[in-house]
Design a protein around this ligand. Sequence first.
Ligand SMILES: O=C(CO)[C@@H](O)[C@@H](O)COP(=O)(O)O
Length: 222
Amino acid sequence: MRAAVEAAKADVCALHAYLPAAELVAWTSGNVSARVPGADLMVIKPSGLEYADLTPASMVVCDLYGNRVEGDYAPSSDTGSHAYVYRHRPDVNGVVHTHSPYATSWAARAEAIPCCLTAIADEFGGDIPVGPFALIGDEAIGEGIVETLEGSNSPAVLMRNHGVFTIGASARAAVKAAVMVEDAARTVHLARLLGPVTRLDDADIASLHDRYTNVYGQKGAK
Ligand SMILES: O=C(CO)[C@@H](O)[C@@H](O)COP(=O)(O)O
């Protein structure tokens, strides 16, 4: 298990670099976590540390109730929520939180991003939903994430009055979803400035999502 913990710490630390690089966070906002394979543990960002100061050694190891089991720093403010997601979604191995400006502006308006682009159908399999407002510091946000995404294909949820949470089969997949939801939010925002958008038909959304999930890229390569 030691090797799995150390690998998760290195992976989660490296993935944090994508958030400021993609301009998804400001200062110390945002966080990334990963489930430790084969253990009831997760690795998450230390609360309030600047991204430039993050190292694998500074990552915090917690149990799946958000209790720190290893590390010198207090874990992220969102640890309880990440842990809640891991307990209730065994398919999820990575959780990301950002305040990316375009997607967070949709969260501020409590408006779901309509599935009006093939890129949204590809990655999100439908509209990108809005979750309930919840105060920070315990698992309430996690409860809202799980409740909102139940029955949804989307790996992203816009938590009302707050920001973006994404999930994935890996922490890297959750980071990708965070990048893609900001891209979608920006494009639909720009479109809506000049007129209404048209949501794709459900059948087309399903077809696009299936292709992207099961064929796109090298998935079909021999
Ligand atoms: O928005 C919140 C909590 O949800 C911020 O405090 C969060 O982005 C960053 O907090 P942490 O530094 O991870 O404790």
